[in-house]
Design a protein around this ligand. Structure first.
Ligand SMILES: Cc1ncc(COP(=O)(O)O)c(C=O)c1O
Length: 341
C-alpha cells in the first residue's frame, strides 16, 4: 500500500532517533521528568530555547503542532470574537474555532494561473472590518503549498498588532532559527508553531512546539505542565535536532522529486501542478476524471488525497513520498491518462 494522503514523511527518522530509545532506562519510564529541578519545563524546551536564543518559558511543547494551535485559540479567543483563517487552508483550522463555540472569518488567497499567493490588501480590509481575536497564517500553507512573501507577512503583522497571530510553520523543511527569532523580536504578539511530524519524520511521537512572543505570557502559563512532558519522546526529538545533515539530504531528494512531479504531471492534458514549498503538491485535474482516477489508483493500492472542498474539489494533494513511491504514483497516473487518451 502506498499512502501518500496525510503529508507524512516516509523516509523515517534519523537512525540516531531509534538509537536513543535503547538508552532509555526502566526508571525513565516510571518517574516524572526531573527538569523542574533546574527551573525549566523539560529537556526539549531547554534545548530549543538555547538553539533559538529565547527565554526557556517562550518555548511551549504540545501534542503535535495541532495542540499549539488549539492552546492558542483556547487561551485568547474571547466570547464573540472570530478566528481568522485563510480560505484555502488545513480543514482542521475551521474546526478549532467551532470547538470553543466561536466562528471563523476567511481571508482570501489569490489563485493565479499556476500558483496561490497571500494578498495583503484584502487581509487588511477584512481585519479592519472584523477585528478577529486570533489569526492563523500558514507558511507553507496546506493544501496550496505556497509560503507567504516576506513583504506580505510584514503587512499582515503590522496590521494585526492588536490580535494574537499564530504563524504555522509545520511544513518548513529546515531549521530557520534566526528568522524566527527576528520575527518574535519585532512582533511580541505572535506564536510560531513548529512540529517534529513532517521534516523530522516523527508524526507518531506527537511532538510540536510553539515559540511564543514575549507579550503572550498567558499562553506560556496555560501551556505549562506541572508534571512535565513525555521524557521518552523528548529523547528521540533531541536526536532529531542533532541530525540536521540526515534531514537536509532527505529534503534535497524531496525537492528533486517535486521537480519530477511538476514536469511529468504538468505535461498531462488538463493538469495544473502548483509549485510547493512543502512535502506535498497540489494538482488540479479535469473534473470528469476524479472518480475513475481515484478508483484506478486504489485498485493499485495507491492512496492520495482527492480534495472535496467547496473551492478545491477536482484537485489532488499528493504527499511527496520516497523516490520509489513517487515514481510509482507518477507511473500509475500516466498509465491512467494514456488509457483515457
Ligand atoms: C497546516 C498544518 N499545521 C499543523 C499540522 C499539525 O501537525 P502535527 O500535529 O502532527 O504537528 C498539520 C498536520 O497535518 C497541518 O497540515
Amino acid at each position: 500500500m502506498i499512502n501518500l494522503d496525510r503529508n507524512e514523511n516516509f523516509y523515517g527518522p534519523a537512525p540516531q532517533c531509534l538509537e536513543a530509545l535503547k538508552n532509555i532506562s526502566k526508571l525513565d519510564f516510571s518517574i516524572y521528568s526531573k527538569a523542574y529541578l533546574r527551573g525549566v519545563q523539560s529537556v526539549l524546551s531547554e534545548r530549543l530555547a538555547k538553539d533559538y536564543e529565547l527565554e526557556e518559558s517562550q518555548v511551549i511543547l504540545g501534542y503535535g503542532a495541532e495542540e499549539i494551535l488549539k492552546l492558542t485559540v483556547q487561551a485568547y479567543l474571547k466570547d464573540g470574537q472570530k478566528l481568522m483563517v485563510p480560505t484555502y487552508s488545513w480543514w482542521y483550522y475551521k474546526k478549532i474555532a467551532e470547538e470553543v463555540g466561536a466562528g471563523n472569518v476567511e481571508y482570501p488567497l489569490v489563485k493565479e494561473a499556476n500558483r496561490f499567493t497571500y494578498d495583503a490588501d484584502s487581509f487588511v480590509e477584512l481585519y479592519e472590518a472584523e477585528k478577529p481575536g486570533v489569526i492563523f497564517i500558514a507558511s507553507p500553507n496546506n493544501p496550496t503549498g505556497n509560503s507567504i512573501e516576506p513583504g506580505t507577512l510584514k503587512r499582515f503583522l503590522d496590521t494585526a498588532k492588536d490580535s494574537v497571530v499564530l504563524f504555522d510553520e509545520a511544513y518548513v523543511f529546515g531549521y530557520n532559527a534566526e528568522e524566527n527569532r527576528e520575527l518574535l523580536r519585532n512582533y511580541p504578539n505572535i506564536v510560531i508553531a513548529r512540529t517534529f511530524s513532517k521534516y523530522y519524520a516523527l508524526a507518531g511521537l506527537r511532538i510540536g512546539y510553539g515559540l511564543v512572543g514575549s507579550k503572550l505570557k498567558k499562553l506560556m502559563d496555560f501551556a505549562h505542565r506541572y508534571l512535565g512532558f513525555n521524557f521518552v519522546s523528548e529523547q528521540v526529538a533531541l536526536k532529531a535536532l542533532d541530525s540536521q545533515d540526515y534531514y537536509e539530504q532527505i529534503a534535497k531528494k524531496m525537492q528533486a522529486d517535486k521537480e519530477l512531479y511538476y514536469s511529468e504531471l504538468g505535461k498531462l492534458e488538463g493538469f495544473t501542478v502548483f509549485p510547493s514549498d512543502a512535502n506535498f503538491i497540489l494538482v488540479e485535474i479535469p473534473k470528469e476524471i476524479k472518480e475513475p482516477l481515484k478508483k484506478f489508483l486504489l485498485d493499485r493500492d495507491i492512496v492520495i488525497k482527492f480534495m472535496n472542498e467547496e473551492l478545491l474539489n477536482h484537485h489532488l494533494r499528493i504527499t511527496i513520498g520516497t523516490q520509489e513511491q513517487n515514481r510509482a504514483v507518477i507511473a500509475a497516473i500516466k498509465e491512467f491518462m494514456n488509457g483515457n487518451a
